[in-house]
Write a protein that binds this ligand. Structure first.
Ligand SMILES: Nc1ncnc2c1ncn2[C@@H]1O[C@H](COP(=O)(O)OP(=O)(O)OP(=O)(O)O)[C@@H](O)[C@H]1O
Length: 259
């Protein structure tokens, strides 16, 4: 069924770093439940765009609306609470913490029990803690990580660390999940499994997903729609077929494989 109101609406948004227009005049809409790709050559502005959506940078132009509310001047933690979670191009786990604690850290800010009950170890705290454990294990199971729950995150194989990052992002209970090259450094089998998993969690958690990915066949295979950035500006948007055959996209990727 067609939806008339987007979950995320980005209007003419951009940011300048000195003279460099890293992201410029970008319009983008995501509707609830969509899995959408964001692609573009190196330095096109993809990660900067995620940084604008998550409050790391404040746009110098335009507007960003989630469910109609402006995110533009909110700090990152408030944007997370409003329902936007992300993963990073370079894994940012708490390496010395256990796998389960990495998930619980994200979940903590949303848990019902407050500081007084935690400090004094009141019964309410224990029920909160138990609830958090169960919830965290539920996420870990989905990602096949429950058997590593007490292992330090830094000791996990690389592909599992990437999965743990997504599990942690999910634990913050997002409406919108932003994945920055989640398959970077994975082998083809791990990548395929990860993409299936992303499709699965999208449905299971009623998520909307925006995915930055360099691997073109992968983006084309998994996303319903794709936006293309080049030199900070959107040069195309459409279905995988439309993008594959778009002359501007082919030109931007000259010398690279588009399909
Ligand atoms: N804080 C900053 N200060 C100055 N320039 C920046 C800053 N952050 C990003 N840039 C510049 O903005 C441009 C876009 O960078 P960005 O990392 O967003 O591209 P990208 O599409 O994510 O690239 P890649 O695919 O290589 O990760 C680059 O020219 C980059 O050098």
């Amino acid at each position: 069924m067609a939806q008339d109101k987007p979950l995320l609406k980005v209007e003419k948004t951009g940011i300048r770093f000195g003279g460099l227009k890293a992201v410029w005049d970008v319009n983008l809409e995501l509707f609830q439940g969509e899995l959408v790709g964001l692609i573009g050559p190196n330095g096109a502005g993809k990660t900067t765009f995620f940084n604008l959506l998550t409050g790391v940078y404040v746009p110098t132009e335009g507007e960003i609306l989630l469910d109609g509310d402006s995110l533009k001047k909110l700090p990152p933690y408030k944007i997370t609470r409003k329902g936007v979670s992300r993963t990073f191009q370079n894994i940012r786990l708490f390496g010395e913490l256990s796998v389960i604690d990495n998930v619980k850290v994200a979940y903590h800010s949303l848990a019902k029990h407050g500081i007084p009950s935690s400090v004094f170890r009141l019964p309410k705290h224990f029920s909160g803690e138990k609830e958090m454990d169960e919830k965290a294990v539920e996420f870990l199971k989905i990602f096949g990580l429950d058997r590593f729950r007490d292992e330090k995150a830094k000791n996990l194989p690389y592909g599992q660390q990437r999965r743990l990052e997504i599990a942690r992002a999910l634990a913050a209970n997002p409406k919108l999940l932003l994945l920055d090259e989640p398959a970077a450094g994975m082998n083809p089998q791990e990548t395929k499994e990860l993409m299936n998993l992303i499709s699965f969690i999208r449905t299971r958690f009623h998520l909307t997903v925006l995915l930055i990915e360099h691997d073109m066949p992968l983006v084309m295979g998994v996303c319903e729609r794709i936006y293309v950035l080049d030199h900070g500006q959107l040069i195309a948007q459409g279905t995988p077929d439309e993008i594959r055959n778009n002359p501007k996209v082919i030109e931007a990727y000259l010398g690279e494989e588009v399909s």
